[in-house]
Design a binder for this molecule. Structure first.
Ligand code: CTP
Ligand code: CA
Length: 225
């Protein structure tokens, strides 16, 4: 396969991708999660392999499968596990595309036994998780590329630019929930890419596979200068 890959733009480049939701345990049978399907990240991992890259896909719980056998899949459950897996691979990679919907909060305590119902309200105290992308952004070397996503419902571009800067990204993929057909669950997505020069590209509504290729092409453009 080394010969077959020759001439592809990302040959010999290691790339880390994150996908899916994270699940934050409350007790042995319950968790806090979100509706991320993982489709976008799996599609990106497949496209990167087709472009010749060596891909590590760190994914939260999802029903997705990789269509490219060369994708190295690492399954995790929680935000803390996703952070640990990303930190393990980060030093060796040329680029990261972080599409996971990582929990922002996790329970302070995880009950070792199933919490019984009681005749009153239940409060679960939550603490913030570590921002994985921001942590990697702080360690980023001059020859590494970092791509994030932003899911916004309001002041989309302004919020996306704040995330781009705060997390030291090379570009950010803005998914607006105001665009019909975009978002977590469906097979289509509508994105805007904003790069570190604040150059903005608005893409049409497309299948997630086609969106994945647009994102990968933008990365190739940056890596190839
Ligand atoms: N992200 C991450 N680790 C977290 C939270 C987010 O790596 N603990 C990454 C996501 O994978 C995504 C980007 O940060 O690429 C932006 O995620 P998003 O939820 O849109 O932004 P937040 O910074 O979490 O801010 P908020 O949810 O308040 O909008
Ligand atoms: Ca968030």
């Amino acid at each position: 396969s080394a010969d077959l890959k020759k001439g592809l733009p990302l040959v010999n480049q290691k790339i880390l991708v994150t996908a899916g939701p994270t699940y934050e345990a409350i007790d042995p049978v319950r968790f806090i999660g979100n509706h991320s399907s993982g489709k976008m990240g799996f599609a990106i991992a497949d496209e990167l392999v087709k472009l010749g890259a060596d891909v590590v896909l760190v994914t939260g719980p999802t029903a997705q499968v990789s269509h490219q056998r060369a994708v190295k899949r690492v399954d995790v459950t929680s935000a803390a596990q996703m952070l640990a897996a990303c930190e393990q691979y980060y030093a060796d990679v040329k680029a990261c595309i972080m599409s996971a919907a990582v929990a922002d909060y996790t329970p302070v305590n995880v009950a070792d036994q199933k919490i019984k119902k009681q005749g009153r309200n239940l409060n679960i105290e939550l603490k913030t998780t570590v921002d994985i992308l921001r942590t990697l952004g702080e360690k980023k070397h001059a020859d590494q590329y970092l791509v994030g996503f932003a899911l916004e419902t309001n002041d989309e571009e302004q919020n996306a630019i704040l995330k781009l800067k705060k997390k030291n990204l090379d570009f950010i993929v803005l998914n607006s929930l105001n665009d019909t057909g975009a978002g977590f669950k469906g097979d289509t997505n509508k994105i805007t890419i904003i790069d570190s020069n604040l150059q903005k590209t608005i893409y049409d509504l497309k299948s997630k596979d086609e969106v994945a290729l647009d994102i990968c092409n933008k990365l190739v453009e940056l890596i190839k200068g």
